[in-house]
Design a protein around this ligand. Structure first.
Ligand SMILES: NC(=O)c1ccc[n+]([C@@H]2O[C@H](COP(=O)([O-])OP(=O)(O)OC[C@H]3O[C@@H](n4cnc5c(N)ncnc54)[C@H](O)[C@@H]3O)[C@@H](O)[C@H]2O)c1
Length: 321
């Protein structure tokens, strides 16, 4: 007996949403995609354009919609609605604009697809994921943000090029806020099973300079792309596609997604930020606790404090209105 066809919903048919739909088609990750936008013509234009590729690939349904009901029975729903940051603008500046949109989208999704796994992509992704968790009645393991998966991918790619090693053999995580306070957990970084510091041949530079350059690169890469083309889409869309694949195929892969921090991190139990988790059919199947040195714990606390402040500022914003 054939199992139920896999269905993915995408809320927001902008640059990121359309790119996610295209990547799902190219990589043949699921059987059906619903591309939803409040502006139907936008969803139609993107879906019809992508649809032209389907006869050249494999059979798949891609339907544009502006009706939430069409998202019923989705296995996974990706949220990419809302404003993107202006050139050089901190992602947290988007919070006021996007928080209300996310609350209303989650309420609709709870109504039509209460059992679907939700992946938040809209920025600021960590705070919006916290809002989604607090708004939704679905279990917490069914909501995650794309977190620092993209930042970790960017770092691994650059390190791999410089060290002349396959990125598959680079073990390192960027954690914390998807934004300016994110940081690299160097203390556990390794190339194969060799600690990074022992693998490096530094030449002219020092270990501190090497690390500093990569932290800057990782934090700035999104801005560098947006400054030149106005938005980012291919990297994040591929990240989302990998997360969807891990869920649909129960892969139990580790990704640094936006989740409520495990108590063992000692940064409070409410803050949501990018931390390594096992992702499978049940969504967040296990939150992992990454060893950190004192400096890294300080960075994690700084990131958590920044995100808590941003979340709390929303309450003040509402009181002022
Ligand atoms: N987390 C990440 O790594 C990452 C990376 C890139 C972009 N982003 C974020 O993704 C979001 C989308 O970026 P984009 O470039 O695709 O923006 P975009 O402006 O191109 O697309 C947004 C889409 O959302 C739709 N929309 C807005 N409000 C809606 C609502 N209430 N209901 C339904 N649809 C609605 C708009 O019509 C538009 O089509 C932004 O917040 C951006 O910052 C996140």
């Amino acid at each position: 007996m054939r199992s139920k066809p896999s269905k993915v919903g995408i809320v927001g048919a902008g640059h990121v949403g359309a790119e996610v739909a295209y990547a799902l088609v190219l990589l043949r990750i699921c059987d059906q995609v619903i591309l939803f936008d409040r502006t139907l013509s936008k969803a139609q234009a993107e879906a019809w354009d992508i649809e032209d590729a389907i006869p050249l690939l494999s059979e798949m349904d891609l339907l544009p919609s502006d009706q939430y009901e069409e998202l019923a029975d989705s296995d996974v729903i990706v949220i990419t609605v809302g404003a993107a940051a202006d050139k050089g603008e901190d992602r947290l500046a988007l919070l006021g604009r996007n928080a209300d949109i996310i609350r209303s989208v989650i309420e609709e999704l709870d109504r039509v697809a209460p059992n679907a796994m939700i992946i938040l992509v809209s920025n600021p992704v960590d705070v919006l994921t916290r809002i989604a968790i607090e708004t939704s009645s679905r279990p917490e393991n069914l909501i995650l943000g794309s977190g620092t998966v993209l930042d970790t991918a960017r770092l691994k790619y650059q390190l791999g090029k410089q060290l002349n090693v396959s990125k598959q053999d680079i073990y390192v995580y960027v954690i914390g806020e998807h934004g300016n306070s994110e940081f690299i957990v160097w203390s556990s970084a390794s190339i194969g099973l060799i600690p990074l510091a022992e693998f490096l041949i530094l030449g002219e530079t020092t270990l501190e300079n090497f690390k500093h350059d990569y932290v800057e690169f990782t934090r700035q890469r999104g801005y560098s792309i947006s400054e030149r083309k106005g938005y980012t889409s291919y990297g994040v869309a591929t990240v989302v596609t990998q997360l969807i694949e891990a869920i649909l195929r129960d892969e139990k892969q580790i990704f640094t997604v936006s989740v409520k921090a495990d108590a063992k991190y000692d940064i409070g139990s409410e803050v949501v930020l990018g931390l390594p988790c096992v992702i499978g059919q049940q969504g967040i199947e296990r939150k992992l606790v990454l060893p950190r040195n004192i400096e890294e714990q300080r960075s994690l606390l700084a990131s958590a404090t920044k995100l808590n402040d941003a979340f709390n500022s929303l309450g003040e914003l509402n009181q002022d209105q």
